[in-house]
Design a protein around this ligand. Structure first.
Ligand code: FE
Ligand code: ZN
Length: 404
């Protein structure tokens, strides 16, 4: 339905960054205005002259905490900047506010020096409950990611077990039924290990040439039965620009698949798609690095925590200037405009499935064993797991191919 493919601009400029962040601000303000009870916000420039209550929507320039544990939010819109003091009972310490996200604040002027105090802070958020869309019949979608072909820790035998399952159900209970009704495999990025992605990577590559990595990827994807539509997104290891949103693979990379007899659907990252009427937001998940470094208590073992925050903030990568490079497109494609039925990410090489406010959250594992980098960071990946969803009911199971 929507991604940046074919719409990327080739140059960056201050004006393009302005346009991108204005688009983010306007879209998220629109969502906050629609929240029940929030009402119409005023321009930030008019808060200075008002003496009583105020109601604004601002982009967070800075978050700081006073010695007494109150948070101070510096917010701006297209008209001005204000600082608002937020007492702890309005925003408990475990409520995360990130730079560059958009929040609504209702409050009043008070105290001797006339500071602004918040009575309420609201996030764009998603409804507590929702009616999910389902396909009219029992058809399945499988979600995979982070294959990392070319790496010396890619797990060919684990992948081989997945292929055996796709051939005839692999002797699993109910396996054949799922395979016969499997219509989609969505792979959410880091399909190959890439070249020059991190210092010293060449020591850990068994295929040190990008074209051969994609050729090998196409070769291991080719046994997937023809009745399954394969949807491929890029990730931060793939051969597209690293800045998000990322477009689909170039013609040159697509050709390699076609030469090997594989005809996937190539899409961008993120991509909002519909499978049999079920809406799916697929995002590789690079920004989880920022969530994990900025939110105390977050860990790579619990990727769904970060995904819930993305939904609450209605943005896939709110923080600018951290680990996630953002490209200044005139429109901000990382805003979550429509709440999806399924929200899937990869990147952290973990696995998890959970329903949050009616949205099925999926983090879709990896096909790579622990790398040297992960060993140094004491991280144990969870490879060879495949979340499979019945699009007719949104029931799921997680198939395990890690052990024979
Ligand atoms: Fe990865
Ligand atoms: Zn990644």
């Amino acid at each position: 339905v929507k991604d940046v493919t074919g719409r990327t601009s080739s140059s960056a400029s201050v004006d393009k960054f302005k346009s991108c962040f204005r688009d983010r601000y306007r879209k998220l303000r629109g969502l906050i205005r629609k929240r029940e009870g929030f009402g119409a916000p005023m321009d930030i420039c008019s808060v200075a002259s008002s003496s009583g209550d105020f109601r604004i929507v601002g982009m967070v320039r800075e978050v700081s905490t006073t010695r007494r544990g109150k948070r101070v939010l510096e917010l701006d819109d297209e008209t001005g900047v204000v600082s608002v003091v937020v007492p702890q009972d309005v925003l408990p310490p475990d409520e995360v506010v990130l730079p560059d996200e958009v929040v609504g604040v209702a409050g009043r002027r008070g105290g001797g020096r006339g500071s602004l105090f918040a009575d309420e802070v609201v996030f764009p958020s998603i409804p507590r409950t929702r009616r999910v869309n389902t396909a009219g019949e029992e058809v399945y979608a499988a979600f995979i990611s982070d294959i990392h072909v070319g790496s010396n820790t890619f797990l060919p035998r684990v992948w081989e077990r997945f292929l055996r399952f796709l051939r005839d159900g692999g002797g699993r209970k109910g396996g054949l039924r799922v395979v016969e009704r499997l219509k989609y495999i969505v792979a959410v990025g880091d399909l190959v290990d890439g070249i020059g992605i991190y210092p010293g990577q060449e020591e850990e590559l068994v295929i040190d040439e990008i074209e051969r990595q994609y050729r090998e990827l196409a070769r291991i994807l080719s046994p997937i039965p023809d009745h399954v539509e394969l949807v491929l997104l890029p990730g931060n290891h793939d051969a597209v620009r690293p800045a998000e949103p990322q477009p689909a693979f170039s013609r040159a990379v697509q050709e390699i698949f076609l030469e090997e007899g594989v005809a996937p659907r190539f899409v961008g990252n993120p991509c909002f798609m519909r499978l049999e009427g079920v809406s799916v937001l697929a995002y590789h998940g690079r920004s989880m690095d920022d969530f994990l470094s900025m939110v105390p208590g977050f860990s790579y073992e619990r990727p769904l925590d970060a995904m819930k925050l993305m939904l609450e903030k209605r943005h896939l990568a709110p923080v600018y200037g951290g680990r996630t490079p953002l490209a200044p497109e005139p429109e901000d494609f990382l805003v979550i405009e429509e709440v999806p039925d399924i929200f899937v990410t990869g990147h952290v090489h973990s696995v998890g499935v959970e329903t949050y406010k009616g949205v099925l959250l999926i983090n879709s594992s990896t096909w790579q064993a622990q790398t040297e980098f992960q060993k140094r960071h004491n991280f144990n990946p969870i490879p060879g797991k495949v979340p499979v969803v019945n699009l007719g009911s949104l029931e799921y199971r997680v198939l395990d191919f890690e052990k024979g």
